[in-house]
Design a protein around this ligand. Structure first.
Ligand SMILES: Cc1cc2nc3c(=O)[nH]c(=O)nc-3n(C[C@H](O)[C@H](O)[C@H](O)COP(=O)(O)OP(=O)(O)OC[C@H]3O[C@@H](n4cnc5c(N)ncnc54)[C@H](O)[C@@H]3O)c2cc1C
Length: 427
């Protein structure tokens, strides 16, 4: 028995990664005639779109994370193993993990992406990314600790660096985190730290492209930029961050910003699996697949979600790395695997774009649906509804709703805890 999973006459579908894509596929194959093995390095599923609210003390990590085992309590054909996947061997049909090696009949790679620092070592060392709940929590700790340090710092220049925050990347994540920080500065922080002069605190959103929200229309981007400016965020476009030493952000054209906090929301790169032919990966480490999500050259290995690169119609550069393509591909793949068993032909995947949205702050959001666009309060309500419905677990939905309601009514939350493991003492 490999990884202590019983041998079975059922075909083994090994799903690598329990994110939006892997989890949806596993739920669709639960209680089917396949043996499903779901492997993830975490024992929980993370709702990435709300990481920024954990980072800005609006939500607890547990409200946006859900234990994988709980989802499959009633599915006897689903086996979960918490392990890191370190490689694979397609000839032997095996996957190598930190718990050992396991064979598959069908392998699904759904390992998502990780932060891309574009080879800038200093930035990788000092900036804080937001690709996991743990990183979001570490950003929260960092921001709150900086305010504590600013209280006792005698040097005026160092105080500025402690208060300033630079967010790199003008995509939805950068916009959302900058807007929320600006609201914290306005409504919450002066109450917590009355001794600090918050007029000195500057929030910058730095984008290398000519405008923010490149995935949305110019009109929506300009609405979002207007909202950010209204909240006091300094939006810098055509600005390439070139270096950061933990104290000073260097931007090309000789701009320097003193800041002890640099949030990196500027790029991602696919998680590679050692053993898969490197030529199958694109420049951003996505795996080339055909319209059935089969990895090129294989009929038993598939890639779905952010990990996959499928050129299709107007998505010649691949689908957007968002939750919807991941979920849609997983649903179709589940159907296709079942069709294969019945000797029916598989259906090709076509992305159905349900729209995109970003929230900037209280009553401020931009929404683009295939048939209409709208902004402001209605967009903000829509954003909240869509995100609330997408969260896994009724209790989590309720927790998030209560937090949002409380925050809206009181202009405050009470989650500003600095949670760090204490250094071990010798006994
Ligand atoms: C901060 C942030 C905000 C976002 N906001 C939005 C939004 O508002 N709307 C939207 O549509 N999309 C949003 N996205 C993008 C969306 O989250 C992704 O497109 C989606 O998660 C892709 O799903 P996936 O299953 O392909 O990958 P993921 O959800 O990333 O899942 C990958 C899984 O693989 C696991 N894994 C990775 N490597 C290994 C390994 N070696 N061994 C074992 N397990 C491994 C990970 O733990 C993870 O569970 C956001 C992303 C981020 C980071």
């Amino acid at each position: 028995m490999q990884l202590n999973i019983p041998d079975s006459l059922q075909k083994r579908v090994l799903i690598a990664g329990g994110g939006f894509a892997g989890l949806k596929l596993a739920t669709k194959l639960a209680n089917s005639n396949f043996q499903v093995v779901l492997i993830d390095k975490n024992n929980f599923h993370q709702f990435q779109p709300l990481f920024y609210q954990v980072a800005t003390a609006g939500l607890e990590p547990s409200a946006i994370s859900f234990p994988l085992r709980k989802i499959f309590q009633n599915s006897k054909n689903v086996f979960i193993r918490v392990a890191e996947i370190t490689g694979m061997n397609s000839t032997n049909k095996e996957v190598i993990t930190t718990l050992g090696t396991i064979n598959y009949d069908i392998l699904i790679l759904a390992l998502g992406v990780d932060t891309n620092f574009f080879g800038m070592k200093h930035i990788a060392r000092y900036a804080i990314p937001m690709k996991s709940v743990a990183e979001a929590l570490s950003l929260r700790n960092k921001i709150l600790q900086n305010f504590e340090d600013a209280l006792v710092e005698p040097d005026a220049e160092k105080i500025k660096a402690l208060l300033n925050i630079v967010v790199v990347g003008g995509g939805p994540t950068g916009v959302e985190v900058s807007g929320t920080l600006a609201e914290m500065k306005k409504f919450i922080l002066p109450k917590d730290y009355p001794e600090i002069d918050f007029s000195q605190m500057k929030i910058y959103m730095v984008e290398a492209g000519s405008r923010i929200l490149a995935g949305m229309t110019e009109k929506s981007a300009s609405h979002a930029e207007g909202y950010l400016q209204k909240l006091g965020v300094n939006v810098l476009c055509d600005a390439h961050v070139s270096d950061y030493d933990g104290e000073m952000v260097s931007i090309k054209n000789n701009i320097k910003i003193p800041a002890k906090t640099l949030v990196w929301a500027a790029g991602v790169s696919g998680n590679q699996t050692q053993g898969l032919n490197p030529e199958l990966y694109t420049g951003s480490n996505r795996i080339r697949v055909n319209s059935f999500n089969q990895v090129e050259g294989f009929d038993d290995i598939y890639a779905i979600g952010d990990n996959a690169y499928m050129a299709e119609g107007k998505y010649a550069n691949g689908h957007p790395q968002m939750a919807q393509p991941a979920i849609q591909q997983a649903k179709l793949l589940a159907l296709n695997l079942k069709r294969q068993v019945k000797n029916e032909s598989m259906k090709p995947y076509h992305y159905f774009n349900k729209g995109s949205m970003a929230t900037i702050g209280r009553n401020l959001a931009v929404v683009e649906l295939p048939f209409m666009r709208f902004y402001g309060f209605l967009a903000w309500l829509t954003w909240m509804f869509v995100h609330l419905m997408a969260i896994v677990g009724v209790k989590n939905r309720l927790l998030v709703f209560i937090n949002w309601f409380w925050n809206y009514v009181t202009y405050d939350q009470s989650l500003r805890l600095i949670l760090k493991p204490s250094a071990r003492k010798d006994v």
